[in-house]
Design a protein around this ligand. Structure first.
Ligand code: SAJ
Length: 436
């Protein structure tokens, strides 16, 4: 018998997951409260821009194995993939999980499996999902198999990551965990590791917090290097030759919908145990402001214009959610400096403060008249960037948050270059180094 799966939440994770499950000949219904999105899917079109996702989603839609609707239906398996953002005061906002749980529960029957994939504080599956089941008169342990199975998707490589990564499958009961393991292994090549739901919730938060703290450590190493006149990149390269060392890459801050958010879930629930995690968050969040302070110290003034290269939070993707560029824009606005943002991939960007991003995909017009250029995203388009790409008069300053540009060429063109984790270099420094 073909099992029916309902996926609630058709975003960056839910939609490709639904399509890949449909590809394995499950009967899949994707549900989302966003009516225009559902209409687009009903018309056979994929709303996501990632090249590998589009054919998978459109094939699933055209075959009829994947349908889309704004309301759920009875099914065998329910997967909840809705966002779990943080509030302005850094608390987990689980309202969408609660709403999705309630909407799902109306269709639940004994024997169903319910899986939460959204990143959540420890205990959420037991509290919210099992709680909603109880409210419907179902016993969450006897009548249902309730699980927490976190996604591990790296945007830009979504399809591969869903299909190939190992999974952690947490059950409220051992039976639920083993059922989830069989389900994920039926459409993923990766292995699924059964644990409890709380262990799986903690694992997801641990994975992303591990990354955030390591990036913060790399940023602190960069600060030390800037103070001591040493190039951190060179030191990281040799330090990483140690077999048990893997220093991460310092940068302009940490963006995306996960890493800057998830550690706060631990900080909120365990304030006394998480001073290291809290501090790492603050260090990473302060990076854009640090770059601006360095530029101000090098002479950037209020009333001047700057160009920001990169809106995306990471290289070669069109995703600008919680990007460090947003924090830079806010800091620029507060300093009375004007900005234009260039990005070859991002076409729209939501800024919480509602400030305009002034986005363009034309590099020459973006840098025209700019006193300084900030490199914020590691897009391939910026690798080895040379002065001639600016096509006109040079800015006084380039602040390279990603260590991407051809710094020597810019300095040779009279530009002062500030790089994360390296001493500032100006044309005057080079002249001084020329032996008499
Ligand atoms: N970054 C650095 N230095 C580094 C690595 C990253 O500054 O050494 C920055 C990036 O530029 C970016 C931010 O950190 O702004 C986050 O980037 P990321 O490479 O950690 O990628 P995400 O946020 O797209 O994906 C992460 C992944 N988690 C881990 O690698 C532990 C992914 O597997 C998760 O599925 C995803 O979070 C998620 O959805 O939770």
């Amino acid at each position: 018998m073909v099992e029916k799966v309902v996926v609630v939440g058709l975003g960056y994770v839910g939609l490709p997951t639904a399509a890949l499950i449909a590809d394995k000949r499950y009967d899949v219904l994707g549900v989302d409260v966003n009516a225009p999105l559902v209409e687009m899917l009903q018309a056979g079109k994929c709303p996501l821009g990632e090249a590998e996702i589009i054919p998978v989603v459109e094939r699933a839609l055209h075959s009829g194995q994947l349908r889309a609707a704004t309301v759920a239906e009875p099914a065998d398996i329910f997967i909840i993939c809705v966002p779990t953002p943080i509030t302005a005061d850094k608390r987990a906002d689980l309202s969408m999980v609660s709403k999705a749980a309630k909407a799902t529960m109306q269709h639940l029957r004994p024997g169903n499996m319910v899986i939460l994939e959204s990143t959540s504080p420890i205990g959420t599956t037991g509290d919210i999902i099992a709680g909603a089941a109880r409210d419907m008169g179902l016993d969450p342990v006897i009548d249902l198999d309730i699980c927490y199975c976190p996604e591990r998707v790296f945007p830009g490589n979504t399809v591969n990551e869903i299909l190939k990564n190992d999974r952690v499958v947490g059950g409220l009961t051992p039976r639920a965990a083993m059922r989830a393991k069989a389900f994920y292994e039926s459409f993923c090549a990766g292995k699924a590791f059964p644990v409890t739901a709380a262990e799986a919730e903690f694992s997801k938060l641990m994975e992303n917090t591990y990354r955030d703290v390591n990036i913060a450590l790399a940023n602190v190493f960069a600060h030390i290097a800037e103070r001591s006149g040493i190039d951190v990149a060179k030191v990281i390269e040799v330090a990483n030759r140690h077999p048990r060392v893997n220093v991460h890459t310092p940068g302009p801050g940490v963006g995306g919908h996960c890493i800057p958010v998830d550690p706060w879930f631990l900080v909120e629930s365990y304030p006394e145990e998480t001073s290291l995690i809290h501090q790492a968050r603050l260090i990473n969040d302060a990076q854009p402001d640090r770059l601006l302070k360095a530029a101000r110290a090098a002479g950037l003034e209020a009333g001047e214009k700057v160009a920001i290269l990169g809106a995306a939070y990471r290289g070669n993707i069109d995703d600008a959610r919680d990007t460090p560029t947003e924090k830079l824009i806010d800091a620029l606005a507060e300093a009375g400096i004007e900005w234009v943002t260039h990005d070859p991939h991002v076409t729209h960007m939501h800024i919480h403060s509602e400030r305009p991003a002034n986005l363009t995909d034309d590099l020459v017009s973006a840098v025209r008249g700019a006193a300084a250029v900030f490199v914020m995203t590691d897009h391939d388009a910026y690798k080895g960037l040379k002065p001639m790409s600016f096509g006109g008069p040079m800015p006084r300053l380039v602040i390279d948050g990603r260590r991407l540009i051809d710094a020597d060429a810019f300095v040779a063109s009279g530009v002062t270059v500030i790089r994360v984790g390296a001493p500032m270099v100006s044309a005057a420094d080079i002249v001084q180094k020329i032996p008499a």
